[in-house]
Design a protein around this ligand. Sequence first.
Ligand code: HEC
Length: 111
Amino acid sequence: MQEIVRKLGLGLLTFLGLAQWSMMASAQNADATKLYNSSLAATCANCHGTNGKGVPEGGMPLINGYTSAQLLESLKAYKSGAREGTIMPQLAKGYTDEQLQIIANQLGKKQ
Ligand code: HEC
């Protein structure tokens, strides 16, 4: 009897430990995803300013007034060559469609 209680207790502890571990692991994943997403979008800040809020009339288009869908459309047009530019076509080609989606989600205007 005592043996059974001991085994059950160990099983419960193992279960709790694993549950806690998996919760910690998923919290870390969420943090890593957040960091990855914001660092992808941070690339754009060099030219367009933080979160697309650059200097008005500073020579770079501000990109903080677009929705995510509008941004994604522009980025895909640059990537495919449908839209011309000096820098953006080359830059957009360096990202996968999935990365462009993430960037557009990060920088798009949230209503
Ligand atoms: C090296 C500077 C530079 C970087 C970095 C840069 N851009 Fe641009 N961006 C430009 C320039 C210059 C234009 C004007 C079009 C052209 O000549 O390519 C532009 C235009 C745009 C436009 C069109 C704006 C409009 O009003 O139509 C969007 C959208 C845009 N960029 C998004 C981005 C995003 C998103 C990133 C990050 C992945 C980014 N840009 C990174 C320089 C840059």
